[in-house]
Design a protein around this ligand. Structure first.
Ligand SMILES: [Fe+2]
Length: 223
């Protein structure tokens, strides 16, 4: 028979930990925000035109992209109403995520935000990477292009890798470790995640363009 006794609560609980059963806690969870904005068509059309114009006239900055075109990281200085609206959407998303996961603590620092455009065409993808020296990173989808098909069910899908060291070695019933998480986004979606979370984007197999805007957020002490 199982022995039970009253124990002192375990210490170190964070706002993102939770109780699965009265005596079973879940620690070190990873918060990810996924949100779909509405009435995005006019903004997305303006963003698309801006990105296509830049892509035609400036060189690719190779980063995690294999193929495709990656802009410089100054997108938020390009100007116009669509860029201003995008910045507002990004700020509201990461501020909500910070507040939800912050456990009521407030950080008095300076926020730095930079963003860049990704233009992928047929066969282009992004290799596994993180975003070093940042707090939150994310992506807003301007134009997701043609959706995945039965032949290419992961076309354009972003996939996240379990970040916990060694989890791939552990086999238990149900395997709650080492599984990837993925999303087939729609135009107008935003995903925000911790910058240390490894991720990649599967090759896009549609005929149209696929345009996304990625961003990094840094929080620095207010010196
Ligand atoms: Fe990324």
């Amino acid at each position: 028979m199982a022995q039970t006794s009253k124990k002192e609560p375990l210490t170190g609980m964070q706002s993102t930990d939770y109780t699965l059963e009265p005596d079973t806690l879940v620690w070190w969870t990873t918060p990810v925000l996924r949100r779909s904005f509405v009435n995005v068509d006019a903004v997305n059309q303006e963003l698309k035109e801006l990105v296509l114009e830049r892509a035609a006239n400036t060189k690719n900055i190779p980063k995690s992209n294999y193929g495709g075109w990656h802009s410089d990281e100054d997108l938020l200085t390009w100007g116009g109403e669509a860029i201003a609206q995008l910045q507002q959407w990004i700020v509201s998303a990461f501020q909500d995520l910070t507040n939800i996961t912050g456990g009521g603590q407030v950080y008095d620092g300076k926020v730095e935000l930079n963003a860049w455009a990704n233009l992928n065409r047929r066969g282009d993808y992004n290799i596994v990477h993180t975003h070093p020296a940042c707090v939150w990173s994310g992506v807003y989808y301007v134009e997701t292009g043609d959706p995945p098909t039965a032949e290419h069910p992961k076309s354009g899908v972003i996939e996240f890798i379990d970040p916990r060291a060694g989890v791939e070695m552990v086999a238990v019933p149900g395997m709650p470790f080492s599984q990837t998480k993925s999303a087939a986004p729609n135009s107008g979606d935003i995903i925000v995640f911790p910058s240390w979370l490894k991720h990649f984007v599967h090759p896009y197999w549609g005929e149209g363009e696929r345009i996304s805007i990625a961003f990094n957020i840094r929080i620095r002490p207010d010196l």
